[in-house]
Every structure is written in structure tokens, then in C-alpha cells.
Design a protein around this ligand. Structure first.
Ligand SMILES: Cc1cc2nc3c(=O)[nH]c(=O)nc-3n(C[C@H](O)[C@H](O)[C@H](O)COP(=O)(O)OP(=O)(O)OC[C@H]3O[C@@H](n4cnc5c(N)ncnc54)[C@H](O)[C@@H]3O)c2cc1C
Length: 313
């Protein structure tokens, strides 16, 4: 007889792993397709000081290893691959990973989001040779160097804050005259003595031969072109939700984030959503984990209504 899973969870960041812990304890025997970046975005960072329960803080990768151990303890089955396609138009739902075809009564999508690029030719040419989109991954290589960060939102503030630990000078450049980031984050960055601000400028070109040596920038109001010596350029303009494999299967907004009803439900009954893949506002580990909990509880109620799991009230 063909195997039909009660629940498949896609993505193993805080949202997916919390969903796994709750649904495994709810007797749903979840299968988790963990993705190639197992553990999600927090595996890219060091200190996490704002996740409750760790008064001394915790390293991002350690937090994710702990969450995975907790999900494994309750017998979540892990597949460390990406999902390449899905068919949510038939039931049971079909989830195609790199090597397996899964069938499921319900699905939780928790595939998070990835950094965006400006897509200038010179930017792409120097990725890994002075251009980066991950301060935590690459900041260390720019110890005592001059670094340009581009962006004006929360991502730019977080990246600048991190880079200020390494750089001799960090210049935060934004194409507008005001930042759209949370005031608390802006104030934190403003308090750094080695951070300078450059407003109303766009990046025109990244300059260099083998590696980045400078940038050409343009004032959006006056048209003035400037050339600055620079060792590193960090693009911090936000994220793209990891939803390419979902196109045509569930409703997405114009940026590709999953559209949700009641925070957690997708446009297809039985397909639930958690974390950054539907959240361009909060983008925090704890909000992702909270959504994972809600998605697991909603999936359990859905399966109870289908009489797939016993009601245990
Ligand atoms: C550098 C950095 C530092 C941060 N610091 C903090 C912090 O200090 N505190 C805080 O609260 N938040 C922090 N954040 C934000 C936090 O990491 C995210 O809000 C949180 O990880 C979102 O969780 P998520 O589970 O929704 O998605 P993610 O963590 O993005 O996980 C998504 C998962 O989905 C998987 N996936 C993607 N596509 C597929 C696919 N096709 N098939 C299968 N799996 C797939 C990925 O491999 C990954 O496992 C930080 C983020 C970054 C980048």
C-alpha cells in the first residue's frame, strides 16, 4: 500500500523545527524536508541575544542544533534535501524532493527567505571577492578595512551593526533621505563611532581588478558622481522568499511571499505556512518559532476533522 504521511514540513529553520516539535508531540509523525541550508538563517549568525530562555545569549548554530535534537527526540523523520516541486492540486498532496516523492494529507511550508542583490554586472562579478550579502559570514574578512553597506531597512541596520565590530570604517549608504528601519535599530547603528552615513546615493559600479578596490556612486538628487576607495561592499536590501517551487500552486503576493489567512493558512486547505516565508515585517527567530507552533496546532485540528488523527480532549 502506498505510504501517505499525515504531515510533511518543508524547511528546518526556527519555524519548521518548532512545527516539528509540536506536531511530533501531537502524534502526527511528521516528515521534515530540511533543505540544503539545514537550520536556516540562524546558522549564518553568531550571537543570538533575543531568543527567550538564554539569559547569556546563544550562538545561532547551537540554537538550531538544539531545536533539531528536540524534534528528533520526538521522532521527526528528516530528509536533508530541497523540495524541487509540489502538486497541491490533487489529494493527497505530492511533494517532490531531490530523490523522493512524498504524499501527504497536510503540509507546513517554512522555507524562509534569501538575501536580494542589486543585480549590477560589477556587483555580480565581485561576489566572493569583496562583495557580499552576509555580514556574519564574511565580516571577519574585512577586519580593519573600509566597508560600504547598501540599504535602508532593518537588514541594512543589522548588517552595519555587525560589520562595525570588524571594520575600521563602515559607510551606510541609502538611496533615500530617511531610513525605513525600526528606530531602535537605527539608533543602535548611530551609536557606533566607526559608522558614517551617506544619504541619497545609489551604487553605480563596483571597481577593482582581482578584488574590490572602490565604488562609483551617484547622488540621486544632483546627479553628482563620486568615486570612493573601498575594500568591501555589503548589499543589504532585503530578502526574497524561497517560494519559486510553489508558483502556480498557492497564492503568493507580488514579492513572492505566501499570502496567508488567519496568519497561518495558505489559499489551499490543508497547506499551512510559518515564518519568514510569509513574514516581511517581523523576520525574527521567535516570531518564526511562534508561527511554527500555530501551524502545527492548525494542521492537527485539520487532520482531526479529516479523522486522520484521534481527538484527544
Ligand atoms: C545574519 C542573520 C542574523 C540574524 N540574527 C537574528 C537574531 O539575532 N535574532 C532573531 O530573532 N533573528 C535573527 N535573524 C532572523 C532569523 O534568522 C529569521 O527570522 C528566522 O531564521 C526565520 O526562520 P524561518 O524558519 O522562517 O526561516 P529560515 O531560518 O530562513 O529557514 C528556512 C529553511 O527552509 C529551507 N528551505 C528553503 N527552500 C527550501 C526548499 N525548496 N526545500 C526544502 N527546504 C527549503 C532552508 O534550507 C531552511 O532550512 C537573523 C538573520 C540573519 C540572516
Amino acid at each position: 500500500m502506498e505510504k501517505i504521511e499525515k504531515l510533511v514540513i518543508i524547511g528546518s529553520g526556527p519555524a519548521g523545527l518548532t512545527a516539528a516539535i509540536y506536531s511530533a508531540r501531537g502524534n502526527l509523525n511528521p516528515v521534515m524536508v530540511a533543505g540544503r541550508v539545514a537550520g536556516g538563517q540562524l546558522t549564518l549568525t553568531t550571537d543570538v541575544d533575543d531568543f527567550p530562555g538564554f539569559p547569556e545569549g546563544i550562538q545561532g548554530p547551537d540554537l538550531m542544533v538544539n531545536m533539531r535534537k528536540q524534534a528528533e527526540k520526538f521522532l521527526t523523520r528528516f530528509i536533508d534535501e530541497d523540495v524541487v516541486s509540489v502538486d497541491f492540486k490533487q489529494k493527497p498532496f505530492i511533494i517532490q524532493t531531490e530523490s523522493q516523492t512524498l504524499k501527504a494529507q497536510s503540509v507546513i511550508i517554512a522555507t524562509g527567505a534569501s538575501a536580494k542583490w542589486l543585480n549590477l554586472e560589477s556587483e555580480q562579478k565581485f561576489i566572493g571577492r569583496g562583495v557580499s550579502a552576509c555580514a556574519v559570514c564574511d565580516g571577519f574578512f574585512f577586519k580593519d578595512k573600509t566597508i560600504l553597506v547598501i540599504g535602508g531597512g532593518d537588514t541594512a541596520m543589522r548588517e552595519t551593526q555587525h560589520l562595525a565590530k570588524f571594520g575600521k570604517k563602515v559607510i551606510l549608504m541609502h538611496r533615500r533621505s530617511e531610513f525605513r528601519a525600526q528606530a531602535a535599530l537605527v539608533n543602535l547603528v548611530k551609536s557606533k563611532t566607526n559608522v558614517e552615513f551617506l544619504m541619497n546615493f545609489n551604487l553605480e559600479e563596483v571597481l577593482g581588478e582581482q578584488k574590490v578596490t572602490g565604488v562609483k556612486i551617484k547622488n540621486v538628487e544632483t546627479g553628482e558622481i563620486k568615486q570612493l576607495e573601498m575594500d568591501g561592499v555589503f548589499i543589504a536590501i532585503g530578502h526574497k522568499p524561497n517560494t519559486d517551487f510553489l508558483k502556480g500552486q498557492i497564492d503568493l503576493d507580488e514579492q513572492g511571499y505566501i499570502k496567508v489567512l488567519d496568519e497561518i493558512k495558505s489559499s489551499v486547505e490543508g497547506i499551512f505556512v510559518a515564518g519568514d516565508v510569509a513574514d516581511h515585517r517581523y523576520r525574527q527567530a521567535v516570531t518564526a518559532a511562534g508561527a511554527g507552533c500555530k501551524a502545527a496546532l492548525d494542521a492537527e485540528s485539520f487532520l482531526e476533522q479529516l479523522h486522520v488523527v484521534e481527538v484527544t480532549t
